[in-house]
Design a binder for this molecule. Structure first.
Ligand code: GRF
Length: 216
């Protein structure tokens, strides 16, 4: 069975969706460890309570990004994961880190990339007046919130939404597509072709999901 290491910085709700899917058998991976750059990340306690190894590499203890990334790389590689899963990991990654994990490092971002990379995606979507918003799972490249797209889910923007209501609608879809993307990886169904991802045997799932009607 393939193994994953999950990197978090905060509450870890996407991490929980992955742990739960692995526990109920719908995601055929072993969660080898959960690592965080923040000792106070709430998700660490949840992971530990689920019996998963946790480790903190506190970025405030390092003088520069490269030395932090080297320590994080050593921590990750001690678990020999097949895939490194960024789940609300709030650090800019050095090119060296990204290249070390090329093709086996994925991220979830709360917008329909390439729209709204970076922070405050929900407020920015509201400010732009977009009617469709969503989330994206992508392989990581050195560019921020960029890389071959694995799966996206779209949600409507509804009159009266604020950033919180829109974030909640998107988060529900994040919890759906991240386990799906990791499962596709674990099943060996993702092929990188240039800047694009090809999904083998896509007949049972579309790699773009429209909420709430589309089946997961
Ligand atoms: C999610 O919205 C994710 O898309 C973004 O950071 C947030 C993390 O939330 N990268 P959680 O820690 O998984 O609850």
């Amino acid at each position: 069975m393939k193994s994953i290491v999950i990197l978090i910085s905060g509450r870890g709700s996407n991490m929980v969706s992955l742990i739960n899917a692995a526990a109920d058998g719908s995601l055929p991976v072993r969660v080898a460890a959960v690592l965080s750059n923040r000792p106070d990340a709430k998700g660490l306690q949840i992971a530990a309570a689920a019996g998963i190894a946790t480790q903190v590499v506190d970025h405030t203890l390092f003088n520069d990004r490269e030395s932090f990334d080297a320590a994080m790389t050593a921590a990750i590689d001690s678990f020999s994961p097949d895939l490194v899963v960024l789940a609300g990991f709030m650090r800019i990654l050095s090119d060296g880190f990204v290249m070390h994990y090329v093709g086996r490092l994925i991220n979830i971002h709360p917008s329909l990339l390439p729209s709204f990379p970076g922070l405050h995606t929900h407020q920015r979507a509201l400010d732009e007046g977009v009617r469709i918003h969503g989330c994206t799972v992508h392989f990581v490249t050195p560019a921020l919130d960029h890389g071959p797209i694995v799966v996206q889910a779209a949600v409507p923007v509804i009159d009266g939404d604020d950033a919180a209501t829109l974030a909640a609608r998107v988060l529900t879809q994040e919890h759906r597509i991240y386990p799906l993307a990791v499962r596709w990886f674990a099943e060996g169904r993702l092929r990188l072709n240039g800047g694009r991802v090809e999904l083998d045997a896509p007949q049972d799932h579309a790699s773009s999901l429209i909420s709430p009607q589309a089946a997961g």
